[in-house]
Design a protein around this ligand. Structure first.
Ligand code: NG1
Ligand code: ZN
Length: 546
């Protein structure tokens, strides 16, 4: 068969063992060709099965430049369905072309995938700026083309969220080019800004934003977007054009984990609002340079972005509910939910509960958070590291549109109509497929303007509890099994009891361990009322994990 012939050209290197993990396959780029080729086939099969377009993205996000990775976007624009992950693992590790073809035959039968030519497979391909991306994209195309009748559409260099957005838009028969993406973001942003109360004007220094592009794809895309925003003062550093290395001493992962300034930021930036993207622009954090120690930053992480979004949405919902000349039955009880992981700072969770919001926890990994958030009318999810978005239910959007029409005739320009329009604008601005640093950044900027807030005002919403993250190298990370959204270890036995004993020694102490889904390590997280305590708790728990 065609698959047998072409897969013989992509043999699996010796000793490679890969797992689809939290974010697709990732490894040193030099060993990934056969994997990417096979994922090309997988994306085509997924397209045939769903009779829709799928996506394939080549990126290793915040990992080092010599790494790369590959993942599939489902027709919804979200991550590959979890049901297909075991098959993804099986084909990526299949030792010979013959075995590989056999696996595919069996799966095609089991899933009842038909090759009747009624509708052939279509896959949108994208990659980040890694030098290895070009040849890996070629391998992905070869994979796609080994399925008869399949089409690969090469979109070139994109951010991960752009690719996901395009897959979603195409399957909804909406405009889906890169220009459409920029137009949707910029027009909904300008629309939101136009709805900012007039009395609020920013002071000059609060106007400026400096963005660290992680020397990746995000900086160059933001340059394009910026031209369509006209009114915004954005300076982009580490765009990759100045010769810096991708993710090296720069980017959202570095800034969030190390809590230090990225390369290219210095003393003169004290007091200015700064943001940092990761290598494929699906993570966003904000920060400001500390005036007393210019290597240190005040971090405004994913949890705090979540807080700002939740606060704004909650405000708009309460304006909607205000009593006017409307009937109560026109009110829609929108269910607003906040979704976090165990890595969320405890102070953020307390803050949400004080606001009276419903908070739920899922295991680490966007696929879990996204799924949970989709259960609400408005579901907001974020990982502390800066990956997240806001999801709106179809029924709520339908209601908002109907409400807007009604208010247009009854009380045009009323506060209630403005709130409706703001919520609609947010649903167009914020990426509905996956966390997106560029759309997230524009929403943060719009809300700060709306509230007339500096980054300092925002940061003061609550104070993070001091925390520490460590990783422990182990022989077999799968030996650790967790439950309750990864907050409790169920295996090996007795570890959880020992963790509890340590935690009890510290005021406001909290700690958990879990196997990483992307690295061969056990991650340790600890927080406590002071930094020394968080450090010491993390260290003692790390010893237990070893
Ligand atoms: P793992 O390696 O499973 O902890 C990391 C991040 C996740 C997610 C994935 C995918 C932390 C603690 N973990 O997963 O949140 O972003 O990478 O990139 O930040
Ligand atoms: Zn990323």
């Amino acid at each position: 068969s065609l698959i047998l012939k072409s897969s013989s050209q992509y043999p699996l290197p010796q000793g490679v063992k890969l797992s689809y993990g939290t974010a697709g396959f990732r490894a040193d780029a030099s060993i990934l060709e056969s994997t990417v080729f096979r994922v090309g086939i997988l994306a085509a099969l997924r397209s045939l099965k769903t009779q829709s377009l799928t996506g394939l993205m080549i990126t290793a996000s915040h990992n080092k430049v010599t790494d790369n990775g590959v993942k599939i976007a489902d027709p919804s624009g979200g991550m590959l369905t979890q049901e297909w992950e075991p098959f993804a693992d099986a084909i990526a590790n299949s030792p010979t072309p013959q075995h590989f073809v056999q696996l595919i035959d069996e799966f095609v039968k089991k899933e009842n995938i038909r090759f009747d030519g009624v509708r052939s497979a279509k896959i949108l391909l994208g990659r980040d700026t890694r030098p290895s991306g070009e040849s890996l994209l070629e391998a992905a195309k070869q994979g796609v083309y080994s399925i008869v009748g399949a089409t690969a559409i090469d979109m070139g260099i994109l951010t991960t969220p752009q690719l996901h957005w395009m897959v979603r838009a195409r399957n909804k028969d909406m405009k889906a080019t890169e220009l459409d993406y920029f137009e949707q973001l910029s027009s909904s942003f300008r629309f939101l800004i136009d709805l900012t109360p007039n009395q609020i004007k920013m002071s000059k220094t609060d106007d400026k934003l400096i963005v660290d592009g992680a020397n990746g794809v995000g900086g160059e895309k933001l340059e394009v977007l910026k031209k369509m925003l006209n009114s915004m003062d954005i300076e982009i550093r580490n765009s990759g054009k100045e010769g810096g290395v991708l993710n090296e001493g720069v980017g959202a992962d570095y800034v969030q984990k190390e809590k230090v300034v990225p390369q290219g930021f210095q003393l003169k930036d004290v007091g200015i609002r700064c943001a940092s993207l990761d290598g494929d622009a699906d993570r966003l954090v904000y920060f400001s340079v500390q005036s007393n120690n210019t290597s240190k930053i005040d971090l405004v992480d994913g949890d705090k972005i979540l807080s700002l979004f939740a606060l704004f949405i909650k405000e708009q919902l309460s304006i909607l509910k205000m009593e006017g000349d409307d009937h109560v039955d026109e009110n829609y009880e929108a269910r607003l939910g906040v979704v976090q992981t165990a890595y969320a700072n405890g102070a953020s969770t307390d803050y949400f509960r004080q606001l009276g919001l419903e908070v739920v926890f899922t295991p680490t990994g966007v696929k879990y958070l996204h799924e949970k958030a989709a259960e609400y009318d408005i579901g907001i999810y974020f990982e502390a590291n800066g990956h997240g978005t806001i999801l709106f239910s179809e029924s709520f959007l339908t209601w908002l549109n109907a409400r807007n029409n009604e208010l247009s005739s009854k009380s045009k320009g009323s506060e209630q109509q403005k709130a409706v329009l703001r919520l609609l604008a947010v649903s167009n601005l914020i990426n509905q497929a996956v966390g997106d640093a560029l759309s997230g950044l524009l929403l943060v900027e719009a809300i700060l303007q709306y509230k007339g807030w500096s980054i300092h005002n925002w940061s003061e919403l609550y104070h993070d509890l001091p925390s520490r993250q460590l990783k422990v190298k182990v022989v077999d990370r799968t030996a650790v099994v967790t439950a309750n959204a990864e907050t409790v270890v169920v295996r090996p036995p007795l570890i959880q009891e020992a963790i509890n004993v340590e935690v009890a020694k510290y005021p406001q102490g909290r700690s958990f361990i879990r196997p990483s889904g992307t690295e061969d390590v056990i991650r340790v997280y600890a927080e406590a009322s002071i930094q020394e305590a968080a450090d010491s708790l993390a260290n003692s728990v790390a010893k237990l994990a070893d």
